[in-house]
Write a protein that binds this ligand. Structure first.
Ligand code: MTE
Ligand code: MO
Length: 351
């Protein structure tokens, strides 16, 4: 697929890139490259426990140019309906115990099978002790989270006051770079990227409801991640959108006669993926794929399936995921809530 087409597809579909691409001088580097190839082509090897997206390939979704922040002047404020408003320096936050955790970030505007998704190891500290220190008043119903770029999004108080919500300053062991929110962003597991403000500067407790930047434009206000699987790889070919057509010869190192490896990822809002099913005949028959069991349900599950086709021809490959919560739908019913429909990948096996 040509870069121009990729860009066109992204522009038709999703949040930040629409705005970003209209800004002169705004670069889209890192956002439109195809996903890394999963190195899972040896079925006798074990599926890894974690698969990290290299920072150079991690998508960037920002509605404006990233703000330039000087750490000495940067502060995080806890304001609004709290007993003791806080003004925290970066050092104040670093003085709290830091934890490493794995979490997959995905944009709600990611089209079915799309590339606005990445998995990272993040480093940060729980937000909860700071909120307890501030003393959230009982009249507060939501938090408004503000970025230095004037981005804002909101979530109910109970969603934000969970132990697993963290103030994060590192990604894959490196300080957050400018595109990903330097010096600090918040991670609120279970929700799409739009609920994870970068360049965080203010957490405001409020007693009234308001929609955030993307939510005002019709994107889901809860932005919870639906159960969904993505096919990423057919043999040595990366696949990630509807236009994909894979041609495979009969013999040779990756010929179809000795089996075809199909692989990808799956994600859910909060519960483990319990089954990944693959169909090689457009949904008539589904077979269970092999999967790993990531320790956290907020990290993508890796899966692969060894398909042994019997004859040449055209095949349509599908994958769907089931978690403890739900089974993936076969069609997208509301893309503004995040795409979770099943992607159809066309494969042609040559005689
Ligand atoms: N301050 C701020 N935070 C933001 C955004 C933004 O434009 N400004 N975009 C959001 C969206 S829509 C997504 S999908 C994620 C993407 O995070 P990433 O660019 O680190 O991949 O950041 C979110 N946080
Ligand atoms: Mo997004």
């Amino acid at each position: 697929m040509k870069r121009r087409q990729v860009l066109k597809q992204l522009l038709q579909t999703s949040g930040g890139l629409i705005a970003a691409s209209l800004l002169p001088g705004c670069q889209l580097t890192g956002s439109v490259e195809p996903l890394f190839l999963l190195d899972l082509l040896k079925p006798d090897s074990k599926l890894p426990e974690h698969l990290l997206t290299p920072l150079s390939e991690f998508y960037v979704q920002s509605y404006a140019l990233p703000p330039r922040i000087n750490l000495d002047n940067w502060r995080l404020k806890v304001t609004g309906a709290v007993v003791r408003p806080l003004t925290l320096t970066f050092q104040d936050i670093m003085a709290a115990p830091q934890e490493n955790f794995y979490l997959t970030m995905e944009c709600i505007g990611n089209p079915t099978g799309g590339n606005l998704i990445g998995n990272a190891q993040w480093t940060g500290t729980p937000l909860l002790p700071f909120l307890e220190q501030a003393g959230v008043k009982s009249e507060a119903i939501e938090f408004r989270l503000h970025g230095a770029d004037s981005y804002e999004t909101t979530l109910p108080v109970a969603e934000v006051m969970r132990q697993e919500v963290r103030l994060v300053h590192q990604m894959n062991g490196e300080a957050l770079n400018q595109s990903h929110g330097y010096p600090l962003r918040i991670i609120i597991p279970g929700h799409f990227g739009q609920k994870q403000p970068k360049w965080l500067v203010e957490i405001e407790a409020v007693s009234s409801q308001k929609r955030g930047f993307w939510e005002r434009q019709g994107w889901s206000n809860t932005a919870e991640i639906p159960t969904h699987a993505l096919m990423r790889q057919v043999q040595n070919t990366r696949v990630w959108n509807r236009q994909h057509r894979v041609h495979l010869g009969r013999t040779g190192e990756i010929g179809w006669e000795s089996g075809i490896l199909i692989a990808g990822v799956a994600l859910d809002k909060s519960s483990p993926i319990t089954a990944i099913e693959v169909s090689t005949n457009d949904g008539k028959i589904w077979q269970n794929a092999e999967q790993n069991q990531p320790p956290s349900a907020h990290e993508w599950t890796l899966w692969r399936y060894l398909w042994m086709p019997q004859q040449p021809g055209n095949y349509t490959l599908l994958v769907r995921a089931t978690s403890l919560l739900q089974q993936q739908r076969l069609k997208d019913d509301n893309r503004m809530d995040g795409s979770s429909g099943v992607l159809r990948i066309q494969v042609n096996l040559q005689a």
